[in-house]
Design a protein around this ligand. Sequence first.
Ligand code: NAD
Length: 260
Amino acid sequence: MSRETGRLAGKVACITGAGSGLGRAMALRFAEEGATIAAQDLREEAADETVKLLDGDGHQAFGGDVCDEGDMVSMFAQIHGTWGCLDVQVNNAGVSRLPGDGFDEMMAGQGSQMSLMGYEAFSKMMAIHAGGTFLGTREAVKLMGEGGSVITLSSIAGLAGWGPVHYASAKGAVLGFTRAASRELGAMGIRINAIAPGVIDTPMTADVDEAMLAPMVMMTPLRRQGTAEEIAATALFLASSESSFITGQWISPNGGLITI
Ligand SMILES: NC(=O)c1ccc[n+]([C@@H]2O[C@H](COP(=O)([O-])OP(=O)(O)OC[C@H]3O[C@@H](n4cnc5c(N)ncnc54)[C@H](O)[C@@H]3O)[C@@H](O)[C@H]2O)c1
């Protein structure tokens, strides 16, 4: 694949959470296809590592928190200053657990033994996923013209209500945002679509208890976890003009686990 003739040749793409897992795989794939990457992550050193792995020159790493409005406004101002425009925005950054969120207790507790999830953990999860997606989209579209593509990261947790309640709620909110935003952005020629992955082998799932993961894989018709590269391929389709009449939709690469 030549960077000059790739499917994202000449495009600028910003990917949040690009220091690991799906975000890093998307950065690698998009760069192979000719895009210049703004790789954002809370862990700036991880975003730096991603940039070192990319094909071609001119990519840049950014540190910051996707749910901090100041961080996001500042990053997009720098993107504007460096490249003048943006073609693809991937709102990918996220976490599935927070320290001390206590979701197991909420599921398992009974009566006086019940220990409920704190509101702080619930709000933080919503802020990272729903808030980060809102800020990333709002700031990105200011820099986009006709043909711009925004990709959001939901999950089978958001589709089917699996997983901890704060995570499932946040991922459901991402779907609602994607649908509503598509109605506003369509008039500007900008598309927005969600990816709702199943169980994918990344650092996020690496520390999930095998007793929880194994039944999910058993229920998956393809009998395995997905790879980050498979999600990057889905993102590439949504980022490129091959999906030019698709907006406001979700696509779920999940090995057949959910078929609605
Ligand atoms: N791995 C899966 O099975 C799976 C399934 C469905 C959805 N997802 C979603 O895909 C996205 C990527 O997940 P992953 O598996 O690559 O996880 P990961 O843990 O490997 O990577 C997530 C990255 O996001 C960064 N991040 C976390 N909070 C941030 C914040 N507030 N601001 C900026 N960066 C932040 C982390 O530092 C990390 O580098 C997440 O939104 C996740 O919820 C993952």
